[in-house]
Design a protein around this ligand. Structure first.
Ligand code: IVH
Length: 690
């Protein structure tokens, strides 16, 4: 596969390729000119795209050839631009001054204070709205007489691309505004996002099928929004969170940014539930630090915070520069991208037999976490990104997702480097591999690598949560012969003596391992299903199955039709589940678990009786609860038949307030809704039990 230089037929082919590259570059330039400047294209988009793809392939194959005016480097010659319709924002979509340290924030606040003609030290009294800087794709939604008429991407801030049909399929992008007094015209702006959990699900799906793998939630959103055919986009799971307005007829009477967000909420939009009010620069810094420390706990990825002067009159007084308002700032979190070097590429066998390449990296710090490995997902992607040993690469860590190689620095590539070849045999058991699109599989069910991964998966935090069965210990137990199959986990108590003999294990740690395993013998249904590691059955699907069927036996015995009735389960997943439970081997495996005393707990079924106690009530949770997370709290009332929403409105019946609840509480009081403090909420749940 390696490229040689010199004379002979190979270098001749190289020369031909270079001639063709020049030819293509000229052709593409010619067609770009016709398209952009003359608005009279001679060829179809498909023909253009074919030329462009041919050029890109040659450019990848010949990174040593640098054309001064490569079509891939020119802006405005992007394939998608050729088909996208454009339109002007009624009011430009500005950017934000992006600050990276506390000093810059202090200076920004002082500039604002001076701009407002306040006395020295007056920045201590400035009131800021504080919210996350969500890492999504911004969108501008134009409503006329309450109806959604135009969706525009940010574009260059002045002109955006029309994406109305795609945006209309995003949760939270309203077809019609709610309420009676609607503005003649309003541009609602915000971020289109994909939650971490939904992103993980999509990634799981993609890795197993012949699809492109998204690098992070933001890229996934950007990709989905560019789809030419928007049908089915509603299932992608994107959500819109509003953070401002552009043109707004009659919007002048809103006194503060908080009022504005209240107004948007009344129209039916969702805003961040992390909104806070803060006085003085220290409040901005404090909010930033708190959010940065907890950023991975929230549903959506964020890359910093945004502080806006709350007072609209002050906003108007300060105005803007050419590109950004002088009344708002973004204070970024520490970056999670860095350049490092690929030391090696390893081939790993996963629990489903999927064989994946992994880049071993020179360790690099990404916002406090040392990253040593990055996922390359599959061989299709490895070849597409053409990552090679010794390459200098840009890696990114998004939340708790596995770090990824984003880009290769081709200029720094060693002369003698060669592409990494896909294996023909399983690196572990030496059986030949099978290909499914870009994904390779080892189909030997007894492959020791697969068993190891299945044990690690079973013991994982999201599965049976057996803390002491992390990778290191699993390897040790395998080496000692105490584990040879997944079911052996549940029979480790027979080997207490051997465990005690192992290095690093003492009476206490052995006991706590065995205790953990004992506890894992009575797993929750959803966790147990997930722990089984059935292909395509991730956490969400496991939860859906558990909520639908309620018991393990009924899932095991369900036929395809019954499985297809579960919301979100399609043909592919149903087939995998049926196949899993039909397999003799898996039946035997489950019988052994049964014999070892594993008893799966039944789950609460979600199909609610009409008379569920909270049917007809709608809850909002605001602020932090001490006894449970907000997600748990939502789950608790939903099981009892209630609906949950995030915004306070007259449709809401109960507002549960925890620590730090601000504007929502005030609004609920204004609307005269039932307000429940944490104690009262717990009492309510308690009362529902009887
Ligand atoms: S306000 C005039 N608020 O960050 C105010 N932007 O460079 C303009 N973003 O393009 C933006 N979260 O896509 C604002 N809470 C937030 C935001 C936010 C994310 C994005 C937005 C904008 C970029 C600013």
């Amino acid at each position: 596969m390696s490229k040689r230089r010199g004379s002979g037929p190979e270098s001749e082919r190289g020369e031909q390729a270079i001639v063709r590259m020049h030819e293509l570059a000229a052709l593409l330039r010619h067609h770009d000119d016709l398209y952009y400047n003359e608005a009279e294209p001679e060829i179809t988009d498909a023909e253009y795209d074919a030329l462009r793809r041919e050029f890109e392939a040659l450019e990848r194959a010949h990174p040593e050839v640098e054309l001064p005016d490569s079509p891939t480097r020119r802006v405005g010659a992007d394939v998608r631009d050729r088909t996208a319709q454009k339109a002007e924002h009624r009011v430009p979509m500005l950017s934000l001054d992006s600050l990276t340290n506390a000093e810059e924030v202090r200076e920004f606040a002082i500039r604002a204070r001076k701009g407002l003609d306040l006395e020295e030290g007056g920045e201590r009294d400035l009131v800021w709205s504080l919210e996350p800087k969500y890492d999504g794709v911004s969108a501008n939604l134009l409503y006329e007489d309450g109806s959604f008429v135009l969706g525009l991407s940010r574009g260059d801030g002045r002109i955006g691309e029309v994406s109305t049909a795609n945006y209309a399929r995003v949760k939270g992008v309203l077809a019609k505004l709610r309420g009676k007094k609607l503005p003649r015209r309003i541009e609602v702006r915000g971020e289109i996002l994909l939650s971490r959990s939904r992103f993980r699900e999509l990634q799981e799906e993609q890795e197993k099928s012949d699809q492109q793998v998204f690098r992070n939630a933001r890229n996934a959103v950007a990709g989905a929004l560019k789809r030419v055919d928007p049908s089915g986009l509603e299932d992608f799971g994107m959500e819109f969170i509003a953070w401002g307005v552009g043109a707004y007829d009659g919007g002048n009477d809103t006194a503060t940014y908080f009022d504005l967000l209240d107004r948007l909420t009344e129209f039916g939009f969702t805003r961040t539930d992390l909104l806070e009010e803060g006085r003085g620069t220290d409040a901005i810094l404090d909010y930033h630090d708190r959010l940065e420390a907890t950023r991975d706990e929230y549903a959506f990825e964020m890359d910093g915070i945004v502080a806006k002067l709350a007072d609209m009159a002050q906003q108007r007084m300060l105005g803007r520069t050419a590109r950004a308002p002088k009344w708002a700032l973004a204070y970024k979190f520490a970056p999670r991208q860095a350049w490092t070097r690929v030391e090696n590429i390893l081939v790993q066998v996963g629990r489903t037999g999927a064989i994946t390449p992994v880049a071993v990296l020179e360790p690099v710090d990404l916002a406090g976490v040392t990253v040593r490995r990055a996922s390359l997902h599959n061989f299709g992607l490895l070849h597409e990104r053409d990552v090679r040993p010794r390459d200098r690469v840009l890696v990114e860590r998004a939340g708790d997702v596995i770090p990824e190689v984003v880009r290769v620095d081709l200029e720094a590539r060693p002369e003698d480097s060669a592409p990494f070849d896909a294996p023909t045999h399983c690196p572990e058991c030496r059986e030949p591999v099978h290909g499914e699109g870009p994904v390779l599989y080892c189909s030997n069910i007894d492959c020791p690598a697969q068993i190891r991964e299945r044990v690690i998966h079973l013991a994982g935090r999201r599965a049976l949560d057996i803390d002491r069965l992390g990778e290191k210990y699993v390897d040790q137990l395998f080496a000692a012969g105490l584990l040879a199959s997944v079911e052996d986990v549940f029979e480790l108590d027979r080997h207490r003596e051997q465990l005690l003999d192992l290095e690093r294990w003492g009476a206490k740690s052995v006991q706590s391992l065995l205790d953990e395993i004992d506890r894992a013998k009575e797993p929750e249904l959803a966790r147990f299903l997930y722990a089984l590691g059935i292909r395509h059955v991730g956490e969400k699907t496991s939860q859906d199955l558990a909520a639908h069927f309620g018991s393990f036996a009924s899932i095991r015995d369900a036929d395809r039709e019954a499985l297809l009735e579960v919301e979100g389960i399609g043909e592919v997943v149903a087939t995998e589940i049926s196949a899993f439970f039909a397999s003799e081997r898996n039946r035997a495996f489950l019988e052994r678990l049964d014999a070892a005393g594993v008893r799966v707990r039944d789950a609460e079924r979600k199909q609610l009786a009409e008379d569920a106690p909270l049917v007809g009530r709608t809850f909002v949770f605001t602020g932090g609860l001490e006894s449970m997370t907000r997600d748990e709290a939502r789950e608790r009332v939903e099981v009892l038949g209630a609906k949950t929403v995030t915004g306070v409105s007259t449709k809401v019946t109960d507002v549960v307030v925890g620590a730090g609840s601000g504007s929502k509480r005030a609004k609920a009081e204004k609307l005269g809704l039932t307000i429940l403090e944490e104690d009262a909420f717990l009492q309510l749940l308690e009362a529902m039990k009887s």
